[in-house]
Write a new protein. Structure first.
Length: 421
């Protein structure tokens, strides 16, 4: 254990002067407390973050001067703070890069990693590295699924204490971030920052590929990865890559089996609360999102947005190989396979591969013998819908106004149930 040296006579006399000025005719009570010592952590034992209060143990002579009077007690903590103030004034280590000062050489050395880029702490699960050991510890909870900070109101758990503190505002109703222009308050500083753009007239950030707009430049940068196909965030367990870090975090819960959000109607589990909330609308029939063009309603905002493109004719997804545009990202992805030659769907019975999952499904019926489409007029069954269509036209032409209508209705229903993904 390392102890701090005794203070000079000048430091001790200052404490004595305070005592003399405040003493009264009544006899002094000298109280020799035995406070719990504050230990200086060894440089390699504790985790360090800039700005934390220094842990110090007072010397014996400093403890002896821990004096109280009946009227104005001088506490041990006050003594400690006084001593710390003196020491900081005498000993200061300053960064030559940014001018920031520290109370120890060790703290300065750790701070210098910000400028040098040194990251000595490496995750044992992936290749990510960190400047501080505390940041590594927090990061590793992504892999372990550990959430040590639990809300005592609803039981929800968090990996970081700050996230719990922010969540608690949902229960307390606290909105500490207030707009100085209109007085509106927000739970998070980021929400206030977004709101302030209304007053400042700050321009939105627009994507030059699809004209989509974003409040923050960082959101536009993340969005651009959709067009560039950049996926810098990879899962260390299965190699799957994502353009957004948050998408990777959600994916990794599949491996860690962290699916804490359970539907009480059907016991289905979800990795995120918002997915559970969307799912529960199936059971309650809630459709809060209404189309402004045709009064059709939807359970999810994304479904409404996708539907409204039928009315507006909007096609925000443009092929990077040709000028063709699409209303859905899935349609664009499927189209681009024509250019790239990608065939991600492989038959489990043979080595044949396909561009679309629907084509694979049709092909596998050759191996399984499944014939899901049947003619209601004669009972014949077919592997493909097109085969049923040909059969009906060639063999039941005379019945087109009767049974054949039912046949068409049946296979169109089948078509909906086996729609291409």
């Amino acid at each position: 254990m390392e102890f701090v040296k005794e203070e000079s006579e000048e430091d001790i006399s200052e404490l004595e002067t305070w005592r003399i000025k405040n003493e009264e005719p009544e006899p002094l009570i000298i109280k020799h407390e035995e406070p719990e010592p504050l230990i200086i952590k060894h440089e390699e034992q504790g985790e360090f973050n800039e700005g934390n209060e220094e842990n110090v143990e007072l010397s014996e002579s400093e403890k002896k001067k821990h004096i109280k009077t009946k009227k104005k007690p001088w506490s041990y903590s006050q003594t400690k703070q006084k001593v710390l103030k003196k020491r900081r004034a005498k000993t200061s280590f300053t960064c030559t890069q940014c001018g920031k000062s520290f109370t120890s050489k060790y703290r300065l050395n750790v701070h210098m990693r910000v400028h040098t880029g040194e990251k000595p702490f490496k995750c044992s699960h992936c290749d990510k590295r960190f400047i501080y050991s505390g940041d590594l510890k927090t990061h590793e909870r992504i892999h372990s699924g550990e959430k040590p900070h639990t809300c005592d109101q609803c039981g929800k758990s968090f990996t970081i204490k700050g996230h719990l503190n922010r969540h608690m505002r949902v229960h307390t109703g606290e909105k500490p971030f207030t707009c100085d222009q209109c007085g509106k308050s927000f739970r998070q500083s980021a929400h206030l920052k977004d709101h302030m753009m209304i007053h400042t007239g700050e321009k939105w950030h627009t994507c030059d590929q699809c004209d989509k707009t974003f409040l923050r430049a960082s959101d536009l940068t993340k969005h651009m990865k959709v067009h560039t196909k950049e996926k810098p965030h990879s899962c260390y367990l299965c190699g799957k890559s994502y353009s957004c870090l948050q998408s990777l975090k959600v994916h990794q819960k599949i491996h860690t089996a962290v699916r804490e959000h359970v539907c009480f109607e059907c016991d289905k589990t979800f990795t995120l609360a918002k997915y559970l909330k969307q799912h529960e609308r199936i059971h309650c029939g809630e459709t809060p999102y209404e189309c402004s063009h045709c009064d059709k309603r939807f359970s999810q905002a994304a479904h409404l947005k996708r539907h409204e493109r039928i009315h507006t004719g909007e096609k925000p997804y443009k092929c990077s190989h040709c000028d063709k545009r699409f209303s859905r990202s899935g349609h664009l992805k499927r189209h681009e396979r024509i250019h790239t030659g990608e065939k991600p769907y492989k038959c489990s019975h043979c080595d044949k591969r396909f561009c679309q999952s629907g084509d694979l499904k049709k092909h596998e019926r050759i191996h399984t013998g499944e014939k899901p489409y049947h003619c209601t007029a004669c009972g014949n069954r077919f592997i493909q819908l097109s085969a049923l269509h040909r059969h009906t036209k060639n063999n039941h032409t005379a019945q087109m106004s009767g049974v054949n209508d039912d046949c068409y209705i049946h296979y169109y229903i089948q078509q909906q149930n086996t729609s291409i993904v």
